[in-house]
Design a protein around this ligand. Sequence first.
Ligand SMILES: NC(=O)c1ccc[n+]([C@@H]2O[C@H](COP(=O)([O-])OP(=O)(O)OC[C@H]3O[C@@H](n4cnc5c(N)ncnc54)[C@H](O)[C@@H]3O)[C@@H](O)[C@H]2O)c1
Length: 395
Amino acid sequence: MKIAMLGSGFIARFYADSLIGHRRTDTLHAVYSRNADKAKAFAQEYNLPFYSTDMQEVVSHPEVDVVVISLPNDLHLAAVEACAKAGKHVLCTKPLGRTAAEAKQMLDMVEQAGVMGGYLEDLCYSPKFIKSLASIKAGSLGRILWAKSREAHPGPHSNWFWNKEQSGGGAIVDLGCHCIEIARNFIGKEVKPVEVMCWASTQVHPIDAEDNAIGLVKYANGAIGQFEVSWCFRGGMDLRDEVMGTEGTIWTNNFLRTGFDMFTTGKGGGYVAEKAESNSGWLFPVGDEVNELGYNHMFTDMFEAIDGKREPAETFYDGYVVNAIIDAAYASAKSGQWEAVQLSDWRGNNEVTREAAYAIYNDQYYLIKEEILPHGDRKLILKDKQTGEVIVKDL
Ligand SMILES: NC(=O)c1ccc[n+]([C@@H]2O[C@H](COP(=O)([O-])OP(=O)(O)OC[C@H]3O[C@@H](n4cnc5c(N)ncnc54)[C@H](O)[C@@H]3O)[C@@H](O)[C@H]2O)c1
């Protein structure tokens, strides 16, 4: 496939580095940037035969099969519309829309055009995420009760992020979209997100949107998703996930503690990792950032999905569900109440029973807990199934 890139900024470069970084049969062919010098520089750097300041010209270029949208959030809708009209497969960066209403329009456009809409949620393709999800799907953690995801850094790198009109909001829409989709995968995409409770605040920056937020997403099976996001965090980019199940736990740290610590006086300078605030002292570099952040696995899945005429792991529908959860988070931050997730188009399970997975001790008792005390004594805490009495049994 031949790929067109819309945008030549921060994420366009990350994506291009992934697309040209390894031997691939798919090639980056064209770039659109509103600035001719930047379009030309991007084309030269990545060796692309075509560039233009006219988005339409790039999207409808006869050799282009698939378009990657790397533009600010307020331009995603128009770009998806252009791709759908031209009958080109489209891969859009996160968040899909500024709101669920925008995301739904994009979803409808690609479905009506019969092209693939891939949602470029890279953090759902990182090597640690892929392994975690496989373990969860294999049952290693039992029933998932709680999935928490945190993304915090000192704030984004371009002016438009800080403009609520263009971005759709602050740290919630920018970073919360990752965290929400990570937790949703771990809990199960077929499980309906029902309500959100969110605290959001503008603590540091002179902006209209939130620069700090915490939210809880209640799922129909009783599981809870938690997102923690910040544009105020100092010290780099904090990307951590925690999953708690009835049979196990996963903790991952994707960025600040990857097992790679380095000290330098600062001689040599240079780039350490995304959003790193220092290049001297003790540093926490990331070995292969493009790979660790999931871009390689993400694009492989996207192109294989187009080839195989199947859906990728992350679709425009997922982007729409994430936007609906974000809308509810903003409503909750405003009202101070739990707010319903409004999903006019729900494709998962409707009847979700809350499993009562109590451990059975014998015919009479449930097992609440087995404890080994410091002196080596063992005891069981049991509950009588009939009377409800909780007893202790020393072993
Ligand atoms: N991990 C991720 O998945 C990730 C990371 C960063 C950004 N993003 C997303 O990528 C998108 C772009 O973010 P970025 O960080 O690359 O921003 P950026 O500011 O670095 O780049 C934006 C690009 O869009 C162009 N642009 C800006 N305004 C324009 C306009 N009015 N018309 C045409 N082009 C315009 C800029 O010239 C630039 O090429 C956003 O949706 C953002 O949320 C995703």
